[in-house]
Design a protein around this ligand. Structure first.
Ligand code: ZN
Length: 228
């Protein structure tokens, strides 16, 4: 019976709502080129631009330590089905950015100035959560099964009126570009529990970006047209 349920779910819905945490310098490329999978070469260039003082030998050692991760995770995008969970449990992606950058930073440890490289990642970019309607045809079948399990669990708790606690939201690993048209919205959360500092609250001071400004400009133009 479960397989039939998964099939009907996949047929009934065109998209699954999901959220992606990141810390980009600019959001315009997401709105132009969509959400692209991990590209280790690009991330290494980004890391070098941020920390030009890191000697090549140290950086190469860090790249080596990250190992086959660059190929294993190449082209992958990680999303979670609940925006609250994204912020409350996976805030490190919003505060520090990509997993790969964090892995390089963790390997390098402490900078000559005595600062943890992972915390230095916080000096650039804008903490962001992207809201995406992922087309169901690019979601892996096992991820759709997780959604089905969650739906059944929530439904079961409703019907039996027995709460067994909150059901974790499904996570999605998408291995191709998600086109820009599926990005529905984005936010820059104010307070984010910080997983790398014992979940104490991180206060985000970067609350707007190039695309927030574009949104406001469009809204203003719309308001002007309708005379409201
Ligand atoms: Zn913005």
């Amino acid at each position: 019976m479960f397989p039939e349920f998964v099939h009907s779910l996949a047929e009934h819905y065109a998209h699954l709502k999901a959220f992606h945490g990141c810390r980009p310098v600019s959001l315009s490329s997401y709105y132009e080129h969509g959400l692209q999978g991990q590209d280790a070469d690009q991330l290494v260039l980004q890391f070098q631009a941020m920390f030009p003082e890191v000697p090549a030998t140290d950086l190469n050692a860090a790249i080596g330590s990250v190992g086959d991760r660059s190929t294993r995770e190449r082209g992958a995008i990680w999303l979670v089905g609940d925006d609250r969970e994204m912020i409350e449990q996976y805030g490190h992606y919003i505060i520090q950015g990509s997993e790969y950058l964090m892995a390089l930073a963790a390997h390098l440890g402490v900078s000559p100035r005595g600062e943890d490289y992972r915390f230095l990642l916080r000096e650039r970019g804008i903490p962001t959560v992207l809201e995406v309607d992922v087309p169901i045809e690019i979601v892996q079948w096992r991820d759709i099964e997780e959604v089905a399990k969650m739906v059944l669990s929530v439904w079961g708790q409703e019907v039996t009126k027995r709460r067994v606690g909150s059901t974790p939201s499904p996570c999605y690993v998408i291995r191709r570009t998600i086109d820009a048209q599926y990005i529905r919205n984005h936010t820059h959360p104010d307070k984010i529990p910080d997983p790398h500092r014992g979940y104490i609250q991180y206060r985000n001071r970067q609350r707007s970006c190039d695309m927030c400004a574009a949104d406001t400009a469009t809204e203003d133009a719309g308001a002007a047209r309708t005379g409201t």
